[in-house]
Design a protein around this ligand. Structure first.
Ligand code: NAD
Length: 477
């Protein structure tokens, strides 16, 4: 018997979890479980993380976690438990397979068969947000080389293991040259190790448009956290319904399996939710646990149920469905077909082989040199020239005010009067001679700025790495 952890979650969570557990049990899978209370009730009892510390012990002990969706109460003060779990357990790869079920589930894209491999720990989901001025808030987008390497390598290994032909990388590196640029650069570097797999890179906006228009041109997609989150809902929806797709969250030690959809509170408790997303997640989980026979049995029975036109409301269509059923009746239909094979769809054939990636090896660090700094200030001054003159008073023979930007666009010197300005200013200082510049010089400017009465929000150092700028230019610079 293998022991896993389960959580029934919120909204439709308990109904779809009950359905999934009944199917797992009926399949004969050698699984037993510990159940956890997480989510809304825990949040509302005053625990802002939505999970107790003893629950972590159970999850870490059992290592495999089957989780129903949970509701994160809106408003400040509550951290998303989904994001916390993925990051605390190092679940770096979010794998979201989507395949159309044509001709039984209505879709404009009968040949859609895409696996989205989404980076799961970084990006804007670092959750580091600050209000810096009355008018401006920020969210830090953190991208690391190990993070990029792990996910890109995982995507190529996945493609190799499952005989997939192409990996497409989606980024916005035409705009975010440092963050998305690193992801793309690592994709090119790691891709060299997989000559047998076709590689392509597209900018996320046109990439998403093409995925929505001609999904049959795509195979495996690897992308950053936020883009992957959005894109996988798009792909699941155009394949038939967000209620159909499952996902795995894979780490080196632990893994978590969940439907891609949320807790759908408006349909909760009405026996109308489609349990397929969680059933598909359970199939992924059983395969990983080596319970391939049970996984195949469930998948075949599920495909047969769909073929037989037994459909929940979200995929019901008079032309392709035979009967509209509720969550429980759909579950009964799957259970009664355990042992049967689908007639039209290819029967499932799973392999318990798991993906292992080469451990990340830190490269020899490049030579890092301090070549200036950006000082961010809060100022209600509306006359940019006056502000520029005041801050330029901090320039010395050794260090000069190089430019001021507002929301990234250069406004001093020689800005345009049409540019809209907020109360959030970035003042870039560059030394007269880079070789002779130290952090002491930064501190002396900050100290001078403080004495001038400027409201300093933060500073950010400018570095070069092996002579290459590790910062962006001001827009319009
Ligand atoms: P949602 O995915 O819950 O619902 C979006 C739409 O899809 C709704 O119309 C819903 O009725 C429908 N839908 C979703 N799952 C379905 C299913 N299984 N069968 C039939 N229809 C289904 O997204 P939302 O409304 O944006 O979010 C609701 C809550 O879920 C929020 O609190 C959000 O934070 C949470 N959420 C949780 C997770 C998770 O736990 N992994 C993921 C996303 C959202």
């Amino acid at each position: 018997m293998k022991r896993i952890t389960i959580a029934k979650g919120d909204g439709i969570g308990p109904e779809i979890m009950e359905a999934t557990l009944r199917i797992i049990k009926a399949s004969g899978a050698q699984i037993e479980y510990d159940e956890l209370e997480i989510g809304e009730k825990v949040y509302l009892s005053g625990n802002t993380s939505g999970i107790s510390s003893s629950a972590w012990d159970t999850i870490r002990k059992n290592k495999v976690f089957l989780k129903a969706p949970i509701t994160t109460p809106s408003g400040g003060g509550y951290k998303s438990l989904n994001v916390t779990t993925r990051k605390m357990l190092g679940l770096y790869a979010n794998v979201r397979p989507c395949k159309s079920l044509h001709p039984f589930v209505t879709t404009k894209h009968p040949k859609l068969d895409i696996v989205i491999i989404r980076e799961n720990e970084e990006d804007l989901y670092a959750g580091i947000e600050h209000q810096q001025t009355d008018e401006v808030v920020q969210c830090l987008k953190l991208i690391s080389r190990p993070g990029c390497e792990k996910i890109v390598r995982y995507a190529f290994e996945y493609a190799k293991l499952f005989g997939r032909k192409k990996v497409t990388c989606l980024t916005k590196d035409n705009i975010m040259k440092q963050t998305d640029g690193l992801f793309h650069e690592v994709f090119k570097e790691v891709g060299v190790e997989y000559p047998e797999i076709e590689k392509e890179h597209l900018i996320i906006d046109i990439g998403t448009a093409r995925v929505a228009d001609t999904p049959e041109d795509f195979d495996v997609i690897v992308t950053l956290n936020l883009y992957g989150d959005i894109l996988s809902d798009v792909v699941a929806q155009i394949a038939g319904s967000v209620g159909l797709a499952g996902s795995s969250n894979i780490g080196e030690e632990c893994s978590m399996f969940e439907a891609i959809h949320g807790s759908a509170p408006t349909i909760a408790g009405q026996n109308i939710a489609n349990p397929s997303g969680l059933i598909q997640s359970a199939v992924l989980m059983l395969t990983q646990l080596g319970e391939t026979e049970a996984a195949q049995k469930i998948q075949d029975a599920w495909l047969k149920t769909i073929e037989d036109g037994i459909h929940t409301a979200d995929i019901y269509n008079q032309e392709t469905s035979k009967v509209k059923v509720g969550t429980r009746e759909f579950t009964d239909a799957v259970i009664s077909r355990l042992g049967q094979k689908p007639n039209v769809f290819e029967p499932a054939k799973f392999d318990s082989e798991t993906i292992t990636i080469k451990p990340y090896k830190r490269r020899t660090a490049l030579t890092k040199a301090l070549v200036g700094f950006d000082m961010f200030i809060d100022s209600k001054e509306t006359n940019v020239e006056k502000l520029g003159e005041k801050i330029d008073m901090l320039s010395t023979g050794k260090i000069k005010l190089n430019m001021i930007t507002n929301r990234g666009i250069k406004v001093w010197p020689q800005g345009l009067k049409e540019t809209f300005c907020t109360d959030h200013w970035r003042c870039r200082f560059k030394p007269a001679e880079e070789s002779n510049f130290t952090y002491e010089d930064v501190l002396s400017v900050i100290s001078g700025a403080h004495k001038l009465g400027l409201d300093i929000i933060k500073t950010e150092n400018l570095y070069t790495f092996d002579g290459k700028a590790g910062y962006s230019l001001g827009q319009g610079q």
